[in-house]
Design a protein around this ligand. Structure first.
Ligand SMILES: N[C@@H](CCC(=O)N[C@@H](CS)C(=O)NCC(=O)O)C(=O)O
Length: 222
């Protein structure tokens, strides 16, 4: 059995969506960021970075994996899907996955922090992260002008980027004018497995969202 330790954030949804696309059974262990469970000793023993997500493969010696990109590669290789086997095809997917892990995720994350969670509104800092996120949207938009997906067929590269693009409103990073990106975003968002993955670890309860996110934001800044 696979066990996903996660919370309702983009890095967690990436893995939940992949598991749903794979259609394999898995157990979900919700990790409360509000209660800082990700910093508890038992969790840090599994994930030295003290952040979500973590995957444990109980069918393979309770092997624990941290870093969402590494988890995605592990699952894609274990089940032989969403990552090509030929050297160039595989490299293309990993290039875009690395791009998400080092660029899109961190920049969108910082845009969110400084637009939403930071009490002082720092215009130059906000401008820096919003502009950089939009530059990355433009990179995707150019790529998607001539390609249905980011790297060949639908792959872990698309799955990794989707929840971060989905967070554009919350991060206050406008997506207007990125027509190819919007086309891709609508297409991926319509996939049933993607919709199911976004409900992990639990469907958002509207009335709790605002308070919960603010509280989590404080943890992100800790
Ligand atoms: N590079 C890591 C980033 C993980 C990460 O930043 N997770 C966030 C949620 S999206 C988290 O756990 N935040 C709580 C904290 O920082 O303590 C990955 O991709 O797994």
């Amino acid at each position: 059995m696979l066990e996903l330790l996660t919370s309702e954030t983009p890095n967690g949804w990436k893995v939940a969506i992949l598991l749903e696309e794979l259609g394999v059974p898995y157990k979900v262990t919700p990790i409360s960021l509000t209660n800082r469970v990700q910093k508890e000793d038992w969790y840090v023993a599994l994930n030295p970075n003290g952040r979500i997500p973590t995957l444990i493969d109980h069918d393979d010696g309770d092997f624990a994996i941290f870093e969402s990109g590494a988890i995605m590669i592990y699952l894609a290789e274990k089940f032989g899907r969403f990552l090509p086997k030929d050297v160039h095809g595989r490299s293309r997917v990993i290039q875009w996955l690395m791009w998400q892990m080092s660029g899109l995720g961190p920049m969108m994350g910082q845009a969110t922090v400084f637009n939403r969670y930071f009490e002082d509104k720092l215009p130059k800092v906000i401008d820096r992260y919003v502009r950089e996120s939009q530059r990355l949207f433009e990179v995707m938009d150019r790529r998607l002008a001539d390609n249905q997906y980011l790297a060949g067929d639908y792959s872990i590269a698309d799955i990794a980027c989707f929840p971060w693009v989905r967070g554009h409103e919350w991060a206050q990073v406008p997506m207007d004018g990125f027509d190819h990106l919007l086309r891709w975003y609508d297409e991926i968002g319509a996939r049933p497995a993607v919709q199911r993955g976004l409900l992990v670890p639990e469907p958002p309860r509207a009335e709790e969202m605002a308070e919960k996110t603010v509280t989590q934001g404080k943890n992100i800044l800790a």
